[in-house]
Design a protein around this ligand. Sequence first.
Ligand code: ATP
Ligand code: MG
Length: 139
Amino acid sequence: MSGNRTFTMIKPDAVEKGVGGAILKQIQEAGFKIIAIKQTKMSLEQAGKFYFVHRERPFYADLCAFMSSGAIMPAILEKENAVDDFRKLIGATNPANAEAGTIRKNFAESIDKNAIHGSDSDENAQIESNFFFSETERF
Ligand code: ATP
Ligand code: MG
């Protein structure tokens, strides 16, 4: 059975462009409740830990450099079937392949600067939520 929470992060390209609020509006209008949110910045070391699963991929170094290059907005979201529904809402990794109306189609520039992250499983949603938020920051 799938859970009702997922984790997201508005990436540095989108925060820098000032579209964080517009993205959150689309997320809320799609029926997701914000359980926790903040604006922060990862160090290169933290980005390396967050994306550790991708350490063997050729883009790992660039990904970690980009994700620690500016402010991000991590958040925990709640909705029935949260992980899958949120992946549908954000669209394909490469915005060129993302369906019309998805967040990446609306706000992303390229496969590396793709505006937003969404957890790919309930287990990773929990791990990623714990990476950024304590229990007293969740409501
Ligand atoms: P995310 O985990 O950020 O939600 P995703 O699950 O759609 O994205 P992953 O395969 O987990 O995609 O890749 C993580 C991130 O690494 C992508 O969001 C993208 O920014 C970057 N990435 C993935 N594939 C490539 C690639 N071929 N070239 C450059 N960057 C890539
Ligand atoms: Mg992923």
